[in-house]
Design a protein around this ligand. Structure first.
Ligand code: PA5
Length: 449
């Protein structure tokens, strides 16, 4: 069995081995507290056992519903924001072949996302396309009260009902929400929608291995059992590896915290495969919302190389020395493409003729690592053999556990997000939501002064 690997040898120009090792006792303490569910925010530790605890009944029922959707729909709209869509999108985009959306005949529905913004043009364009397509949708909100998905759902529900009539529209809507609380739960019960439950003890950004992530991934045609198996192997490795240095999770958590203590405040997650772009978006949300509070936390950023070497590369090489990079390195691509020889060699590329494109990409990766380390940017590498359900499952559990441990080292509760309320309060006040009259008054005065 192969596991993802963490390689941290390229941080030692910036931190010493002792700087990393000094987290050992702290990490062991936090690690135990997480496993025994007695740490800060312990009401939200359901994800810790999820890979081994998820039952076959749920998996089977997700697969069955996915099959039904496949029979009815060419397009499946996933309505959700933050943790309610980023996990599924990360996995679907990572596993999808590039450009399948251009194919005439598709085996599985195309997954489209809504409710992750409030752009009028975005939703209008979507409705225009949906006029011409057979579609179904999932509305996903743990709280069942989040404004962005609620607005998108109201608009799409009305569109769906006009297009198919109410009884058929009902068959095309799946609600994924709390077991008993929230407006969405009530609406789904009243309307008689098929529903799946977001477990109480799993927060949005840790919910990819619940129906929140699994249903859209299954509809897109990917193997959710393999994803769970991958996560389960990482869960087992984490439980069985008592050596702090040999456990990739604790090694990563300790290394990034050692760098943070040396004023490396920004971590950039780097990919060299464009299909990992949304994986880095998922990671940013996981780490940003979990760690960034009380004036603390490593700022999570991301880049796609080599594209961004021609934009952010300059800053990374020579800007403020407050960065470190973590590379998501993929050993083997799915396909093989050889650079052809050219008789005239006008472009001067014959020196790489006969090489696989991946080899060039790997040399770009190594060359960039060396340049950035020399320029003052420490480097951690996370290596996976290939992009597959199994290894993505490993990565999910790896990053979730490392994030929880890191949050505790930093001294925050990694499972809340109190800061997200600030913009909502102002938006509700500005829109005149009932119950926000005092805030409306206050905000009017601020704006006019
Ligand atoms: O991680 C989180 O908890 C958040 O990002 C939520 O997922 C996001 O705010 C959406 O919340 P909800 O699912 O309640 O609509």
């Amino acid at each position: 069995m192969k596991f993802l690997k963490v390689e941290n040898s390229r941080v030692f120009e910036f931190v010493k081995q002792e700087d990393i090792e000094k987290f050992q006792s702290d990490i062991t303490k936090h690690h135990m507290a997480i496993l025994e569910k007695r740490s800060k925010g312990n009401d939200f530790l359901g994800w810790v056992d999820l890979p081994s605890a998820i039952n076959n009944e749920i998996i089977e029922s997700i697969v069955q519903v996915a099959q039904k959707i496949k029979e009815k729909a060419e397009v499946f709209v996933v309505i959700g924001i933050g943790g309610s869509y980023l996990g599924s999108r990360a996995i679907i985009e990572a596993l999808n072949k590039n450009f399948t959306f251009l194919e005439e005949k598709k085996e599985y529905p195309i997954i489209i996302y809504a409710g992750q913004n409030i752009s009028e043009d975005y939703l209008s364009d979507l409705l225009e396309i949906l006029n011409k397509k057979e579609y179904a949708l999932a509305v996903i909100s743990k709280s069942g009260t989040t404004t962005e998905p609620a607005i998108a759902f109201r608009i799409l529900k009305s569109h769906l009902e006009k297009k198919y009539g109410k009884p058929e529209a009902k068959e095309r809507i799946i609600a994924i929400t709390d077991e008993s609380k929230g407006v969405l739960k009530k609406l789904a019960t009243d309307e008689g929608y098929q529903t799946f439950v977001v477990p109480d003890d799993v927060g949005g950004r840790y919910s990819v291995l619940t129906p929140v992530g699994l249903l859209p991934i299954a509809v897109a045609g990917f193997n959710i059992q393999k994803l769970i198996d991958g996560a389960r192997t990482m869960q087992e490795l984490n439980l069985q590896t008592s050596s702090f240095e040999q456990n990739p999770i604790t090694l990563y958590a300790a290394t990034r915290n050692a760098l943070y203590r040396k004023n490396k405040f920004i971590e950039i997650l780097v990919n060299y495969q464009p299909n990992l772009y949304y994986f880095t978006e998922w990671w940013k949300q996981l780490y940003g919302e979990s760690e960034g509070k009380e004036g603390k936390g490593i700022f999570p950023a991301s880049v796609s190389f080599t594209s961004d070497l021609h934009s952010m590369g300059q800053y990374i090489q020579e800007g403020q020395r407050i960065l470190f990079e973590t590379i998501l390195s993929v050993e083997k691509p799915e396909s093989e493409l050889i650079i052809p020889n050219d008789k005239n060699n006008l472009d001067g590329l014959n020196y790489i003729a006969g090489k696989r494109l991946h080899e060039v990409n790997q040399m770009a990766e190594l060359g960039t690592i060396l340049a950035h380390v020399e320029g003052g940017v420490p480097n951690i590498e996370i290596k996976i053999p290939k992009v597959s359900e199994y290894y993505l499952g490993q990565l999910i559990y790896f990053f979730e556990m490392a994030c929880a441990i890191s949050g505790y080292i930093i001294g925050v509760n990694p499972f809340d997000q109190p800061g997200v309320e600030a913009y909502k309060k102002n938006m509700f006040a500005l829109l005149g939501k009932p119950g926000f009259e005092m805030e409306t008054e206050k905000i009017r005065k601020t704006i006019s002064s």
